[in-house]
Design a protein. Structure first.
Length: 274
């Protein structure tokens, strides 16, 4: 190994700062262990980092969670020896695997935004098209409800009916423009969701910029009226911005994108056991 033993890391879940459940173990619970040499006829001494033979069994090291799994040698091997290391795709592990889980959590949040905004845009378009036919029954029903609750009736300009009057009196072009803006923003959220789910770097930048821009109107709204929903939305968006900026090292922060946790370098940096 290229590094002295004292500089190597303990396997996931065995270090003093690790819990009993790690992202690697979650991945293996879902997809199974990632093992090499299960179809290999001969194990060489240089393969000891990932597979070893002892007392009639083969001990395979999982390339994701570093567990050693004992299995019998294959009855009908399909290859003579292990493939070269550059031919093997090492699964995500360490911080990059953690980031994949976090990014997909953000992607689900963006997917929810996409669904809500798309439905809202369709509702605005439908209202802009059918508001003339909706006007009479809407005001009749709403006026009766407001009167039953002790409020003022008629188009007095106050209360719910007053706000509805402004909406029905708005220009059609204004309503169509509002619907188009809402739909465009919803589509942007959908693109973010897809990109983050697939762990694309461009999606991280897109999400950071789009979320950071929204912080300005959110702070403005809070300055005028504080609600639990507004505070929660601001906290979530702030957390997303800070996470993407520092944990994902956007714009070269903290040395830029992390590469030490990928490929065989990530496997070699962890103690393989005895």
């Amino acid at each position: 190994m290229s590094e002295p033993a004292e500089e190597l890391l303990a396997p996931p879940g065995t270090g003093a700062r690790q819990g009993w459940l790690t992202y690697e173990l979650l991945g293996c619970a879902r997809h199974g262990h990632h093992l090499l040499g299960r179809d290999t006829a001969r194990i060489r001494p240089e393969d000891a980092m990932v597979v070893r033979e002892y007392d009639g069994l083969r001990w395979h090291r999982c390339l994701r969670c570093d567990s050693w799994v004992p299995l019998p040698p294959p009855a009908a091997p399909s290859r003579e020896r292990l493939p070269d290391l550059h031919e093997v795709d090492v699964p995500l592990r360490g911080r990059l695997l953690r980031d994949r889980y976090v990014l997909r959590l953000i992607a689900l949040d963006r997917l929810l935004h996409f669904v809500v905004l798309t439905v809202l845009a369709v509702a605005v378009f439908a209202f802009a098209r059918e508001r003339q036919s909706l006007s009479a029954p809407f005001f009749r029903i709403t006026d009766a409800l407001q009167g039953a609750l002790g409020g003022r009736t008629g188009r007095s300009g106050d209360g719910l009916l007053g706000e509805a009057t402004k909406l029905f009196d708005a220009r059609s072009s204004t309503l169509w423009l509002v619907g188009a803006v809402i739909l465009a923003y919803g589509l942007l959220e959908g693109v973010e969701a897809i990109g983050l789910w697939l762990a694309r770097r461009w999606a991280e930048y897109l999400t950071f910029v789009a979320t950071a821009v929204l912080l300005v109107p959110e702070c403005y709204e809070l300055a005028h009226r504080v609600t639990v929903l507004k505070v929660l939305t601001l906290v979530i968006n702030l957390a997303v911005v800070v996470y993407l900026l520092f944990a994902k090292r956007l714009f070269g922060i903290r040395g830029g994108e992390r590469t030490s946790d990928t490929g065989w370098s990530a496997v070699e940096r962890v103690l393989p056991g005895r």
